[in-house]
Design a binder for this molecule. Sequence first.
Ligand code: PLP
Length: 410
Amino acid sequence: EPKTRGRRTFTKSHKLDNVLYDVRGPVVDEAARMEAAGMHVMKLNIGNPAPFGFRTPDEVVYDMAQQLTDTEGYSASKGLFSARKAIMQYAQLKNLPNVGVEDIYTGNGVSELINLSMSALLDNGDEVLLPMPDYPLWTACVTLAGGKPVHYVCDEQSEWYPDIDDMRSKITDRTKAIVIINPNNPTGALYPKEVLEQIVELAREHQLMIFSDEIYDRLVMDGLEHTSIASLAPDLFCVTYSGLSKSHMIAGYRIGWMILSGNKAIAKDYIEGLDMLTNMRICSNVPAQSIVQTALGGHQSVNDYIVPGGRIYEQREYIYNALNSIDGITAVKPKAAFYIFPKIDVRKFNVHNDEQFALDLLHDEKLLIVQGTGFNWKDPDHFRVVYLPRVEVLKGAVDKMTRFFSYYRQ
Ligand code: PLP
């Protein structure tokens, strides 16, 4: 406790009391301290493609350079017409029902829109069903907005698909919405249509809204197809999120969007709330909006990465096999995105607190991963690996893990 006698100190808002966002938390701070002290840390912790040599198509950068002088001013709050028109066409390709240009909102990444959507929706104590594990921003935004995050289990035994019975058992009078992350971060799961249909049926039965985070929808491997849950729910109110951070490797430009679809009449009042918060932030970064049309309509370089011979595909093959060959580590094969969420056999290893495990791995091997509880996973027995680095680099990381796990035993 600092000495404060006679002096005012400034404390953070109690609204932050239960907010967790460990993807950039204490373990990452420790890694930064180690780097500042001159150590080299291998970072497999953030889903940021650019530092690993992934580049956006040249035409996207060219387009932005051309448009910089025309994008000095604010845009309309929801975004430039050209961007929203291109996103509308994308929504049509994904069979999202009842979408007009007014139903599309651009944001400074999907992150801003997740925050805005939860703030506009929740009164204190309102419940939102969220996946476990999740991308922790969702839980953080529900909590910050005064809502109560209620986690349904995704089942590792069934390809990490949502456990529908668990989801059903957690619905109460206060439940307003179901959130799905598909494709999933941190598990890399891709939900088949049959699973999505069951979720829609549940939402229909209990009159819930559906929020679907689909930022990885263009990073799907093995010839599988991504289905937008909103396409199966024309009678429900759905909000679908995507953006260019991952598919176009421009996470730094900050551009994402959300699309309202289906039965908008039942959400008229909520939409007014969304519009108010959208107006209050004026607009999202306009140069980044200006390249949406070229990015969505142009060369999809991401397609070369996700097929056999492509970097993301081959890196997945490597990391999946290599992790599973470490005694006591098992991992479900990811179908999409660029994450894998291995399980630690806690009967074998000395893992009781997974933040401590992540710190020990960091100190001993200079390797940075994110512990499973950082994704609101219930037990300290998982961690997430970002497999964006090249195979040569991943090999170095696996060597470090193999060595670490050889002595970090019970
Ligand atoms: N949603 C998911 C599932 C993510 O993994 C991320 C980033 O890692 C985001 C949203 C945020 O993306 P952005 O704000 O860059 O659009």
